[in-house]
Every structure is written in structure tokens, then in C-alpha cells.
Design a protein around this ligand. Structure first.
Ligand code: 4AD
Length: 468
């Protein structure tokens, strides 16, 4: 069996070597009847391959076969690595392959659902091309998503999902280094989850049930066990009605729950160090991925401080007030107000990443610990990137009677099996604890300043889409 070389590994050090390369035929061009050029793509890298008719090496039938290939077919090439006479512009690798053998492993249909080249171009590039009178079709998002398997063949999309994986990896590595371990909580719950958002209802063998809107209840139940520091990466379901740039009906939640020694600022300390470590890693170790994404979707690097800025909700309100934005001091912030505050914080503190803590109790879920000073605030926080929320978290009520009282005050059905079991679990000794939930797709979207969360979800589910 011949050893294959990956396109990304082709370099001038291999000059004169015979290599076997498998990939997709991204471009096919005939030059008369005696020559053909193929651009082969694998993992977002491309190499130019040349067929030239010569008596004993390449037949004219072979050139004909090459030019009859359909774009995006999987092909395998055996050939000699050579250095081009001039720099290559149409491929990422700066070597060529003089083809000796060519196989079609799997032929693609003759027409693609959308123009693959156009789908990989930046908006600026498309604008320029249109002005120059080039014929091209702007590929709209719905078409891309209908054929998502094709859409994710663009180097940009490959970059986005590799970056997403790096974020998950850092999340696990960092938490492990802080003595957390990973768990998996159930995604099917009896009754109606924790309240606050709409849930997908289902029939669980005759019992009314729903898909978990977050791992909240069970990550806390594991703290009621002897698991004092846990995290989870798993699917989260929201029967969202809002069709927006940042809401999905299914997303990936990165969740953390931990025992608190004295103050919920310990939870914010974890957020702070986790994200500074993550952003440093992405900037330092993933620069190639960021460059690829940047080429199609240009963005400025995220501004963040070595020690994450923490503002109290009251300070936030004050900053808004000084800028002439009046908001209810005990209400929630609207999406626009959050954005505005993000801009003001950037001007004032030169950061696009910050924590807003001590939210009014009335806008937080029933399990949130009220402020210990008897005010109308709570031990909770949200975290923002570029003015949009990526995390919510806080300290939880770990005293059963207070929890029941809070649930009732929030209109939660305390007779439901899931909720009553949850509340009663706190009767057997539980340490003070807190945690947070992060939306993975939002982190990727906002770190790269992308305009839509569907770009960072592999096969997005939104109020109007459950296919493919
Ligand atoms: O703010 P949420 O709803 O908080 C919870 O689920 C709590 N149980 C977390 C906790 O530990 N206190 O969701 C947490 C995060 C949000 O900050 C956001 O990043 C993301 O999940 N998120 C969504 N992402 C995509 N689509 C949606 N519909 C989202 N809803 C929330």
C-alpha cells in the first residue's frame, strides 16, 4: 500500500520525490489537448497538478480523462513534486505535482447546488468583483445551510470548527488543571425543566417530559453528591421563538459548578482565568486558523485585560446614565442596552471582555442566591464579549426551604417531580456552591466578530430549521 502525503505537507523539501495525494478536484482546466491543470484540495490546502502528454509517461487519453472529471470529485494522484517557474497564485502550496497516474475515487455530480468559489470569498472581494463586472452569484445563507455539507468544505468553515474544538479543549484542560472533572447529566427531564425558557416537550414512555434547557439542576445535584468541582460539555435545548442572529434551538453548553469557600467571586475568578488563558491560547497557538477566518470575514483581535474587568450592575447602570441612557435600575438589560454598555466600557476601560455582577434578583432564575445584604440584588453575574452575553452564572440557593420559597415566588411549579426532587436533594447537607454556563457557539461567533451564530453551529437548529 502506497503511503499518501497530505496536501498541507507538500513543500519544496519534497522536490523530485514521487508522492501520492488524495483530495478533491477543486479546479480543472484544459490547455489544448495535450495539457491539463488540476487544483487538488484537502483540509483547506490546495496544490496545482499538471498533466502533460509525453510518450511514455502521460497519454492523451489520460489528459482527456482529467478534463472530463467533475468538480469536487475525490481523486487520487501519483506524481513528481517539482518547483514552479513562477510563484503560484491559485493554490496554497508553492510546489507543483507532475502527474503520472490519476484515479477518480468518487465522482461528484456534474452541477453543484451553489458556486463553491463564490461561497468562499469575502464580502469585500465580492463587492470588488461585482464592480469589475464579474459574473457571480452571492450565495445566501439559507442555500448554504440547505447544503451545509458543501458549505463546510470552504477553508473558512473548516477553520471555524477547528477553532471551536480548540476552545473546548482549553476549557477541559484549564478546568482539569484547577481540579475539576467532567460529567454528563441527563438531557431528558420529567415535567418542565427549570423554567425561564420554552422547552421542547416529549412523551417519555407515557410520562410528560422535556429536553433539558441546561444541565443546571443535575450539575447541582452532583454537588449534592460529593462532586465538589465539575464541568460538562453537552447539548442544550431551547424551544426559542426568537429568530435572531444569536439564538439557536440546540446549542453546545460549557457548564461549570463548584463549591464556594467564602464568596461567589471565586466563581468569577475561574471565569477570569479560564477566558484569559483561552484567548491567549487562541491568539498565540491558533494564528493560522484565525488568519484563514479573517481572510473571508475580517475582524479585529478581541481586546481583553490581563485581569478581567468586573463592574457591578449598579456601576453599569451609572455608566449608561452618564451617557444619557436611562434604564430601570432593577430591570434586565435589553440586547441594545447591553451593546451600548459594551461600547461605553470599551471607551472607558479599553476592553471588549468584562463581567457584570450583582444583578437584581427579580431578573434571575429562582435558584439564584439573593444578596446577603438584604438588598434587591443577587449573587450573580453575566459575562460579555463585544457587548453580547456569552455566560450567565452565580451562586445557588443551597438551603431547601429558601429554595422552595424562591421557586414559589418565581411561579415555578414546585409540585412537579423534577423540581420537588431537586429541592428535596438539598435537605441532606450541601456546601455553598455556584457556577456558570457558556454558549460555545456564541464564544466562537463573538471572538471572531462573526455576524451570525449559524456560522458557528455545524448543523444549526433554529425556529425554522431542523434539516439537514
Ligand atoms: O443564560 P442561560 O440561559 O443560563 C443558563 O442556562 C444557566 N443554567 C447557566 C448557569 O449556570 N447559571 O444560558 C447560558 C449561556 C448564555 O450566556 C449564552 O451564551 C448561551 O448559554 N445561550 C444560547 N446560545 C445559543 N442559543 C440560545 N438560544 C442560547 N441561550 C443561551
Amino acid at each position: 500500500k502506497k503511503k499518501r502525503t497530505l496536501v498541507q505537507d507538500l513543500n519544496d523539501g519534497l522536490k523530485g520525490n514521487m508522492v501520492v495525494v488524495r483530495g478533491r478536484a477543486q479546479a480543472i482546466r484544459a490547455v489544448g489537448k495535450k495539457m491539463a491543470f488540476l487544483v487538488v484540495r484537502r483540509r483547506g490546502c490546495t496544490v496545482q497538478c499538471i498533466l502533460t502528454v509525453s510518450q511514455d509517461l502521460v497519454s492523451s487519453q489520460m489528459v482527456k480523462f482529467a478534463t472530463s472529471l467533475t468538480r469536487e470529485s475525490i481523486i487520487e494522484i501519483e506524481g513528481l513534486v517539482s518547483l514552479p517557474a513562477q510563484p503560484i497564485t491559485g493554490a496554497t502550496q508553492q510546489v507543483e505535482i507532475q502527474v503520472r497516474k490519476l484515479y477518480c475515487v468518487d465522482r461528484a455530480a456534474p452541477t453543484l447546488p451553489f458556486n463553491f468559489d463564490d461561497a468562499a470569498r469575502s464580502d469585500v472581494d465580492i463587492e470588488k468583483a461585482l464592480q469589475a463586472g464579474e459574473q457571480l452569484v452571492r450565495v445566501n445563507q439559507d442555500t448554504r445551510l440547505n447544503y451545509r455539507f458543501l458549505d463546510i468544505r470552504t477553508p473558512t468553515n473548516l477553520g471555524i470548527f477547528r477553532l471551536q474544538y480548540q476552545i473546548q479543549k482549553i476549557f477541559c484542560q484549564f478546568l482539569e488543571s484547577e481540579d475539576f472533572f467532567g460529567i454528563h447529566t441527563p438531557k431528558t427531564l420529567a415535567g418542565s425543566s427549570e423554567g425561564g425558557s420554552a422547552v421542547f416537550r416529549l412523551d417519555y414512555k407515557g410520562t410528560p417530559a422535556c429536553l433539558a434547557q441546561s444541565p443546571q439542576l443535575h450539575k447541582q445535584l452532583s454537588i449534592c453528591g460529593d462532586f465538589d468541582r465539575v464541568f460538562e460539555i453537552g447539548p442544550v435545548f431551547r424551544a426559542e421563538d426568537s429568530f435572531t442572529h444569536r439564538h439557536l434551538c440546540e446549542f453546545t453548553g460549557l457548564d461549570v459548578e463548584m463549591e464556594i469557600d467564602e464568596h461567589y467571586s471565586e466563581v468569577m475568578d475561574i471565569v477570569d482565568r479560564l477566558f484569559v488563558t483561552m484567548f491567549d491560547f487562541l491568539n498565540e497557538e491558533c494564528s493560522e486558523l484565525l488568519e484563514v477566518i479573517n481572510r473571508q470575514y475580517p475582524f479585529k483581535p478581541l481586546k481583553y485585560l490581563r485581569k478581567t474587568l468586573r463592574l457591578s450592575f449598579e456601576e453599569g447602570i451609572q455608566i449608561l446614565k452618564e451617557a444619557g441612557v436611562e434604564v430601570d435600575p432593577l430591570g434586565d438589560l435589553s440586547t441594545e442596552t447591553e451593546r451600548k454598555l459594551g461600547q461605553l466600557v470599551l471607551e472607558k476601560y479599553d476592553t471588549e471582555f468584562y463581567i457584570l455582577y450583582r444583578y437584581p434578583l427579580s431578573v434571575r432564575p429562582f435558584y439564584t442566591m439573593p444578596s446577603h445584604d438584604g438588598t434587591e440584588y443577587s449573587n450573580s453575574f453575566d459575562v460579555f464579549i463585544r457587548g453580547e452575553e456569552i455566560i450567565s452564572g452565580g451562586q445557588r440557593v443551597h438551603v431547601a426551604d429558601l429554595l422552595r420559597e424562591r421557586a414559589q415566588a418565581c411561579g415555578i411549579d414546585v409540585t412537579s417531580k423534577t423540581i420537588s426532587t431537586y429541592i428535596d436533594s438539598f435537605r441532606y447537607g450541601t456546601a455553598p456552591h455556584g457556577g456558570f454556563g457558556v454558549g460555545l457557539e456564541r464564544v466562537v461567533m463573538l471572538f471572531c466578530a462573526l455576524n451570525n451564530i449559524r456560522k458557528t453551529s455545524l448543523f444549526p437548529r433554529d425556529p425554522q430549521r431542523i434539516v439537514p
